[in-house]
Design a protein around this ligand. Structure first.
Ligand SMILES: [Ca+2]
Ligand SMILES: [Ca+2]
Ligand SMILES: [Ca+2]
Length: 255
């Protein structure tokens, strides 16, 4: 197998749906009210729960829609747009576990309503951020103190387009994406529509996919199709060179 020294980074885009995203896992979280603990949410994919279903076994829930993951924190949170991942009342977030050190590069929301400011955090603590209980440790307000770092707040994210994140190039296995929470940055209200507006309380989004890269060994392999393409390009280049060279000989011109 041909190896290509120096090919260390490759960007991958993955739809977040737990059914199809392989080793990557997504868990939903909501808080239990003001300053309350975060609660992990199961995903109801086979028990008949629907967007408007308020049965007790359906809330709180993480749910996959055509536009991405939304969270319903309670029975009054199941209609549009509250079925999205939002920051109205309960603070809702997704914990993405890549299973390996990963540089998140872009986030794609497949749905927005009202406003669409988001916050991205990365785990920088030791071990895993999951506590022995079903929480990832206390209230959402204390995440930074417990080992998470702010990657960025991004205002007015456009649906169905890659929103570049993580300009600093942070790498981590665990990432939190959420509707903007002013706990993690300055509230900049009063200038909605300017493209730099950050304000909490009215952001409804569904997280659909992420783009990311992982660091591979310095002698990372090039796939066979890529190898063949490279070889083919070299052959055609040689033919072209030979043709040009022959074309310069007297007598080879067409008459
Ligand atoms: Ca919600
Ligand atoms: Ca905004
Ligand atoms: Ca907002």
């Amino acid at each position: 197998m041909f190896t290509w020294a120096g090919a260390s980074m490759a960007t991958t885009t993955t739809v977040l749906d737990n059914v199809s995203n392989g080793a990557l896992t997504v868990t939903g979280y909501t808080d239990t009210g003001s300053g309350g603990s975060l609660v992990a949410l199961g995903e109801n994919v086979s028990n008949g729960c629907s967007d408007s279903n308020t049965a007790s076994n359906c809330v709180p829930q993480l749910k996959w829609y055509s536009g991405g993951y939304g969270i319903s924190s309670n029975a009054t949170d199941t209609g549009a747009p509250a079925h999205a991942t939002d920051n109205v009342g309960n603070k809702e977030s997704l914990l993405i576990n890549f299973g390996t050190n990963t540089k998140l590069e872009a986030v794609n929301i497949g749905y927005r309503s009202g406003d669409s400011d988001i916050t991205v955090l990365a785990w920088a603590g030791s071990g895993a951020p999951i506590a022995s209980t079903t929480t990832y440790g206390g209230s959402v307000n204390g995440l930074i103190a417990r080992g998470w770092v702010l990657v960025g707040n991004y205002a007015d994210v456009v649906a169905n387009a890659a929103q570049a994140v993580n300009a600093a190039g942070v790498s981590s296995s665990y990432w939190l994406v959420m509707a903007y929470n002013s706990v993690f940055g300055t509230v900049n209200s009063g200038n909605k529509g300017t493209g730099v507006d950050l304000d909490g309380g009215d952001d409804y989004v569904k997280f659909y996919s992420v783009a990311y890269s992982t660091t591979s060994p310095s002698t990372g392999r090039v796939s066979e199709p890529a190898t063949i393409l490279m070889f083919g390009t070299a052959v055609f280049g040689l033919i072209g060179w030979r043709s040009r060279k022959q074309g310069k000989r007297p007598g080879n011109f067409a008459v």
